[in-house]
Design a protein around this ligand. Structure first.
Ligand SMILES: Cc1cc2nc3c(=O)[nH]c(=O)nc-3n(C[C@H](O)[C@H](O)[C@H](O)COP(=O)(O)OP(=O)(O)OC[C@H]3O[C@@H](n4cnc5c(N)ncnc54)[C@H](O)[C@@H]3O)c2cc1C
Length: 347
């Protein structure tokens, strides 16, 4: 239970997952006059399109001959802009309880509490979860001086930070956090980086300027007490084992997708997928819907366009939970002046 006086958000529908399908669900709900809050563990919207293939061309979005993952996400954000949706990014939807009022209360790992009549799970392949380095005893430091994401840059102000990894996240945070920290090392096992060339160049420029201490080495162990890291032992062929001082260690070794806490919400599961009916994409639990890659039904295709269709039917199915005293009228965007007003356009 939240403490008395704690800020509880209320909305019509809580969407878990800001992938392409969760974003389009905001639009379909908005057309019916339903407000949504969106929660995603990622610090950016777009799900797989943004994380796994932002620069690849998608060739099967209706009416788009070719569109990159990043551009699709950007267009979806522009399309939902009129609805001024609240996004809770960098937060994992963890627990779900049913209230006496019949509404749902969702809590995130950051302590955000949201109440709504409807839950729409658009969790895709699952929550993106960091791959952890194989360093014995690292758990004792996690959340105190070892972090797998940067939720607030300010919390690293003045700190002596060591970043580990050679991909986009490691390089992006090396560049972005650099102006804030008191000192910075970057450790990677190879002298080759997998990030965008422009970011690799920025990183090398910081090394040249003496602002990043680049170490080509393996990470061996963390040294420190009471969860506070004081140095990291590194190892390479040239120096053997040696220590580099730091007071925060940020390993960015990539992400895997896991179903996560959704598995504990009392919804029927079948091989980590959520069975739904194809009339409105509701699960076996009344008021909880599932769309996109995470839902399952006979003939399901894991395609973005399937998720868009599922969003429209989910929105119609949600309406009578969110607005029990109102009648839902089916309208086309081309001819509905009320929809056009919601979108701020005139026909
Ligand atoms: C390389 C590649 C190429 C592809 N090419 C195509 C293509 O050409 N055409 C096509 O149609 N499809 C393509 N796909 C598939 C397409 O990307 C997926 O169908 C689509 O991303 C599914 O969207 P979604 O919104 O359901 O899920 P996702 O994109 O997986 O987004 C789900 C989001 O939910 C979040 N989430 C999950 N659980 C939680 C939780 N508990 N708390 C907080 N957040 C949570 C995740 O972090 C994630 O951001 C491709 C996929 C890949 C990997």
């Amino acid at each position: 239970m939240p403490d008395a006086g704690e800020n509880i958000h209320t909305t019509d529908v809580i969407i878990v997952g800001a992938g392409p399908v969760g974003l389009f669900a905001v639009f379909e709900l908005g057309l019916l006059g339903l407000q949504a809050h969106v929660v995603d563990i990622m610090d950016k919207v777009g799900g797989q399109c943004a994380e796994l293939y932002p620069e690849k061309a998608i060739l099967d979005i209706p009416s788009r001959m070719s569109i990159t993952g990043a551009q699709l996400v950007s267009d979806l954000m522009a399309q939902i802009a009129p609805f001024k949706t609240t996004m809770h990014l960098g937060e994992m939807a963890t627990s779900l309880t049913k209230l006496e009022s019949g509404k749902w209360r969702l809590t995130t790992d950051a302590g955000t509490v949201i109440e709504a009549a409807v839950i729409c799970i658009a969790g895709g392949g699952g929550s993106f979860t960091p791959k952890k380095p194989k360093i014995e005893g690292i758990e004792a430091f996690e959340g105190k001086s070892v972090f797998y994401s940067v939720r607030k840059m300010e919390s690293f102000r003045g700190k002596n930070v060591m970043i580990a990894g050679g991909g986009d996240s490691a390089l992006d945070w090396t560049v972005n956090l650099n102006p804030v920290v008191g000192g910075m090392s970057l450790v990677h096992r190879r002298n080759e980086f997998r990030g965008m060339q422009a970011t690799v160049d920025q990183m090398y420029a910081l090394v040249k300027a003496g602002k990043v201490n680049l170490q080509i080495a393996d990470t061996v162990r963390l040294n420190g007490t009471n969860g506070q890291v004081e140095s990291v032992t590194l190892k390479n062929a040239e120096k053997g084992e040696y220590n580099v001082a730091c007071d925060a260690f940020l390993p960015f070794y990539g992400l895997t997708m896991k179903l996560g806490p959704i598995a504990d919400w009392g919804i029927n599961l079948d091989s980590n997928k959520i069975p739904v009916n194809t009339e409105n994409f509701e699960t076996n639990v009344k008021g909880i819907f599932c769309i996109g890659d995470m839902c399952d039904y006979p003939g399901k295709l894991k395609l973005i366009l399937s998720g868009f269709h599922e969003s429209a039917l989910m929105a119609h199915g949600s309406f009578h939970y969110a607005k029990p005293n109102q009648k839902l009228r089916f309208e086309h965007t081309t001819s509905s002046s009320s929809i056009q007003a919601k979108l701020g356009v005139t026909s």
